[in-house]
Design a protein around this ligand. Structure first.
Ligand code: DC
Length: 233
């Protein structure tokens, strides 16, 4: 069978607001692959925790959230009009709500909880079991699919990432001030990189791309070229 007929697994990891989702989504479309935004899954669990008061002023009740995991149904449903899949939490479209700063502020602590990670990693492996998948997150190349044929690690300096995030929030109709966004980006980097379970790391076989000084188009072209090389097309 020619190499191009093989479907591969593509893992795109990296820091928040490096354009991972945009690139991954476009790449999946181009290759006719499934796209899985694993950050959306952690965000949906966080939204569930907020809505059910497991996260409140006094803190984060991990135990209760973990006890309710089996009641959290997560699904990606394709939106024909927008051309990409959207996140559904217990049959409700939460694609917009999970991008709010409220969810962004609590998602990293939620993502430190091993039971939650285990639950989501299992779903992610199921979604990618037939290959032909582009999955983006923090631990895809290291934990979810350590055998992925192509692993990409995206970085950029925090200021530039905060600018990207602010623009993204505005496009989605949310308010946000630059300083709080920089703070959120830096704090999430810290929590994501230092947590005990599956910290954000660049694995040895990942290709690192620093996107600080390149635009979205160039970022996509670089990733696409790497994929084409792997697929021999
Ligand atoms: O990619 P994102 O910004 O939407 O991810 C939101 C948070 O979820 C991020 O701060 C860390 C966590 N996350 C994770 O721990 N593992 C993943 N595979 C994806 C996201």
């Amino acid at each position: 069978m020619p190499k191009r007929m093989h479907k591969i697994t593509i893992a795109i990891d990296g820091y928040s607001s490096t354009g991972k989702s945009t690139v991954a989504k476009r790449l999946a479309k181009e290759l006719n692959y499934i796209y899985v935004d694993t950050g959306a899954m952690y965000r949906a669990v966080t939204l569930y925790a907020l809505d059910n008061q497991f996260i409140h002023k006094k803190g984060f009740d991990k135990k209760s959230l973990v006890a309710h995991l089996s009641q959290i149904k997560l699904e990606f449903k394709f939106n024909k009009e927008h051309g990409f899949a959207e996140m559904y939490l217990n049959d409700i479209n939460v694609e917009k709500d999970i991008r709010s700063l409220r969810v962004s502020s609590f998602v990293s602590p939620v993502a430190t909880v091993s039971e939650i990670r285990k639950y989501l990693v299992k779903l992610q492996r199921e979604m990618g079991k037939n290959k032909g998948v582009v999955m983006d997150g923090r631990d895809i190349g290291s934990v979810v699919f350590p055998d992925a044929e192509l692993k990409i690690f995206l970085t950029a300096n925090p200021q530039i990432r905060a600018e990207r995030r602010l623009l993204e929030l505005k496009e989605k109709g949310f308010e946000g001030d630059f300083e709080s966004i920089v703070k959120n980006v830096v704090e999430r980097d810290r929590i994501d990189s230092t947590r005990a379970d599956s910290p954000l790391i660049k694995v040895a076989d990942a290709v690192e791309i620093d996107v600080s000084n390149i635009d979205k188009e160039e970022e996509f072209q670089q990733v696409l070229n790497l994929a084409k090389k792997k697929l021999d097309i």
